[in-house]
Design a protein around this ligand. Structure first.
Ligand code: FAD
Ligand code: DLZ
Ligand code: SF4
Length: 499
């Protein structure tokens, strides 16, 4: 009577459903497989993070007395896919029962159907796909803010009885400031690779040399203990100012006051509940203000749970829509970072160096450009899925397809997040070092985001004009002289043709 317990690379949590109730004689199966490593050409640091964290997790399970069957990528008998490795493991162990935990991607769930496994619910989240579906049922619009309020009530986080602490659900009007020049964000906790990570780094460099991004310096935590240390460092040094500077961008400072924990959270080294609890405790102790703590908890309890619910509610069809009929190929500078647009060069450069960029860089720089330029959603989505250490389809797809590209026609966002150069100028110091000028609208010095913004509105007028949240820009557009409109379209056309 042996049970085969499957643990995937983003399921590195001791309390995982398929690991719970482990008994002597059971076997834990973990597999490094080339199919997962190459279905998109993941950033090299993402691969090291996942493989090294998997190996450290397997070691920890073995130390705790579990029998772990760990298939390494460099094992000559490795057949290269989850399904064929599960079949080999079945032949080795002849299990009477196979347990797996729901994966984070539709693609893998489809594979799992052929494993003969009992697929257990992934309860490392606050909500389940079923509870989200129940919340969504009968609603015309699936707005995050209302879902978030229900999650606050359900979790009890930042609640006083039935009411939100401080009398408000959301303190965003206190947040979103630009970073003053004299505010210097603290250095972040990074971790020297140990021997196990070094070995994985060599393997990744040798086997996947054409993958995106820089391999070194590699500073990610690969164990739960180190991930907890990174979390504690954030709570003590950054959380108090998280809200204030959440939307700010700064050349040469990738992390600002962000938590930089999404990779740890998404592969299971940290759980959302413990992160929210620690943030709430910091507020209770008086160590962080409510606008910061509420804003931070909202990202995890609200946005993260909401995008997961939406993903499972809408898949497999979700990624197939292309509401704005955008078909332009992804420009080469998304891979190289070589462009005169300094904001794009900085956001892509941060991404190459760290497999990380913060939310506003993703949404309002690279995402905004993709939206305005009408880039093909599937190409943009593939880029986001492979360049970030935290990218798994359940969280990447709604954020890219829905939030950044409006390709779902407004299922997720009530209006497109389209902005001109003025927004980037207000929230960053990028424009100071750019050959374009955000205040110039047309001509060789004009910021491309300016004419692309109006061209986007002109091009998509039939689809967007009736959206009440787009009324103001369309009123401005209506007042614009025909000659100016023609100039804008000509500038945008020339720029886009040169891409
Ligand atoms: P913080 O700013 O410190 O926020 C704290 C935590 O809140 C994050 O760690 C994350 O777990 C959660 N969070 C915040 N915003 C979101 C959001 N919109 N959706 C889900 N969780 C959120 N996040 C991913 O985890 N994986 C992705 O593949 C991913 N792709 C994205 C693609 C686009 C186009 C956009 C606009 C956003 C994407 N995000 C993704 C959301 C967000 O940008 C990242 O979660 C965040 O930048 C991670 O950095 P952090 O840990 O420092 O976050
Ligand atoms: C992303 C990734 C990579 C690169 N490699 C592996 C692997 O070899 N073995 C594994 O179990 N998981 C890997 N992953 C994560 C999986 O792709 C992940 O489980 C799916 O994306 C489902 O969420
Ligand atoms: Fe970006 Fe325009 Fe500013 Fe240059 S001027 S950094 S292109 S927003």
């Amino acid at each position: 009577m042996t049970t085969l317990r499957i643990v995937l690379g983003d399921q590195l949590t001791r309390s995982l459903a398929s690991l719970r109730d482990y008994q002597r004689g059971d076997t834990v199966l973990m597999m490094e497989v080339v199919e997962e490593a190459t279905y998109v050409k993941h950033h090299m640091q993402k691969m090291v993070l996942i493989f090294s964290a998997m190996r450290h997790f397997a070691d920890e399970l073995s130390r705790q007395g579990c029998s772990v069957d760990y298939v390494r990528l460099d094992d000559p008998t490795n057949t290269g896919s989850f399904t064929s490795e599960v079949q080999r493991a079945i032949a080795r162990h002849m299990p009477t029962r196979i347990l797996a935990t729901e994966p984070g991607e539709w693609r893998v769930l489809e594979m799992m159907k052929g494993w003969g496994a009992e697929v257990l619910s992934d309860d490392r989240f606050f909500a389940t796909p079923a509870s989200f579906a129940a919340w969504a049922l009968g609603r015309k619009q699936l707005r995050m803010e209302f879902f978030y309020r229900d999650m606050r009530r359900l979790s009890g986080l930042l609640m006083e009885g039935d009411d939100p602490v401080g009398g408000q659900w959301n303190f965003d009007h206190d947040n979103r400031k630009a970073l003053p020049k004299d505010v210097i964000p603290p250095n972040r906790r990074r971790f020297e690779p140990d021997a196990m990570s070094r070995e994985v780094m060599e393997m990744v460099a040798a086997r996947f040399p054409d993958h995106f991004g820089e391999l070194e310096p590699f500073g990610w935590a690969v164990t739960r203990d180190d991930a907890l240390e990174a979390l504690d460092h954030f709570i003590s040094h950054c959380l108090p100012r998280f809200g204030d500077y959440q939307d700010a961008m700064m050349q040469g400072n990738t992390f600002l006051y962000h938590s930089v924990i999404s990779p740890y959270l998404n592969i299971g080294l940290l759980t959302p509940r413990e992160i929210c609890d620690r943030a709430q405790e910091a507020w209770s102790r008086g160590d962080a203000p409510l606008n910061a703590v509420e804003g931070f908890i909202r990202q995890i309890l609200g946005w993260r749970e909401y995008v997961r619910g939406l993903y499972w509610l809408k898949m497999p069809a979700y990624g197939a829509s292309n509401f704005l009929e955008a078909h332009r190929p992804l420009p080469a500078f998304y891979w190289s970072g070589k462009t005169d647009m300094n904001c794009m060069a900085q956001a892509i450069g941060d991404t190459q160096r760290h497999a990380y960029a913060h939310h506003i860089q993703r949404l309002m720089v690279t995402g905004n450009f993709a939206l305005l330029a009408g880039l093909e959603p599937t190409e943009v989505e593939q880029w986001y899925l492979l360049v970030y250490a935290d990218a798994f389809e359940w969280v990447e797809l709604p954020n890219t397809h829905g939030m950044a590209l409006f390709a779902d026609g407004g299922v997720m966002a009530s209006k497109p997040y389209a902005a001109s150069g003025a927004y980037i100028d207000r929230m960053s110091d990028y424009c100071d070092g750019c050959r374009f000028k955000p205040e110039v609208k047309l001509g060789p010095k004009a910021c491309p985001f300016n004419y692309l913004y109006w061209d986007f509105l002109i091009r998509n007028e039939a689809k967007l004009k009736s959206n009440p949240r787009m009324a103001m820009p369309y009123r401005t557009l209506a007042k614009m002289e025909a000659e100016r409109k023609a100039d804008i379209v000509r500038h945008a056309g020339n720029f886009l043709a040169a891409l």
